[in-house]
Design a protein around this ligand. Structure first.
Ligand SMILES: CC(C)(COP(=O)(O)OP(=O)(O)OC[C@H]1O[C@@H](n2cnc3c(N)ncnc32)[C@H](O)[C@@H]1OP(=O)(O)O)[C@@H](O)C(=O)NCCC(=O)NCCS
Length: 176
């Protein structure tokens, strides 16, 4: 099935609940979106509320992907809130529902974000990645390159520190 993308969907109470449920399911399936499994909706809700406020009131933007009427994935196009960094954005909370992962949806979602970024005239996109899950490979396939890492910056549990990897897509280069 093909995906349908919606940029800046109306953040209705229903959509907010769908995103929270997605966030919980993705985390509990081992995803690296700000939490460590296991989590409940109550764990995710405060961070989700702050995330929704930054979208509803600006300056962040939400990109949603639908498979039919079902929310299949989301990402946030994060504004840097700093005038010297107004020419690029950070993609955050890139997630696809565990039941539909591995079908090309994540790549399609990222490519749509790239298309939007080019349309906005942005110079680059940035993603921060939790090391140790093979996620850098996902971004590298999409043209992102590692530009640095903070060693052991993410403490998932005592004795389980992971590098935070900085990935970068230069939009100045022509589309491949
Ligand atoms: C990461 C994620 C968004 C990828 O979405 P997806 O729909 O499963 O990925 P796709 O099917 O589009 O895969 C695209 C390519 O990336 C590869 N890929 C996907 N996930 C990967 C992973 N974790 N590690 C390495 N490669 C991966 C696929 O094999 C595929 O390669 P191919 O084009 O050579 O076949 C999704 O798995 C997810 O939501 N993960 C949990 C949340 C998360 O950790 N997000 C990352 C935040 S930094």
């Amino acid at each position: 099935m093909t995906l349908r993308f919606v940029l800046d969907p109306d953040l209705t109470p229903e959509l907010r609940e769908q995103i929270i449920a997605l966030w919980v399911d993705v985390t509990n399936a081992g995803g690296a979106v700000g939490f460590v499994a296991p989590v409940t909706e109550a764990d995710v809700r405060p961070m989700a509320a702050a995330t929704f406020a930054a979208i509803a009131d600006g300056p962040d933007r939400l990109l949603a992907a639908y498979e039919g009427d079902r929310l299949a994935g989301v990402l946030i196009i994060g504004d840097n809130r700093f005038h010297l960094k107004a020419h690029w954005r950070v993609l955050k909370r890139v997630m696809v529902h565990p039941g539909t992962q591995g079908r090309g949806y994540g790549a399609a979602l990222m490519r749509e974000a790239e298309r939007i970024a080019r349309e906005l005239g942005l110079a680059a996109l940035h993603v921060t990645v939790r090391d140790g899950l093979g996620l850098c490979g996902f971004y590298e396939r999409l043209g992102y390159r590692e530009v640095g890492r903070l060693p052991g910056a993410l403490r998932l549990a005592p004795g389980d520190d992971r590098d935070e990897v900085f990935m970068w897509l230069d939009l100045g280069a022509p589309v491949a």
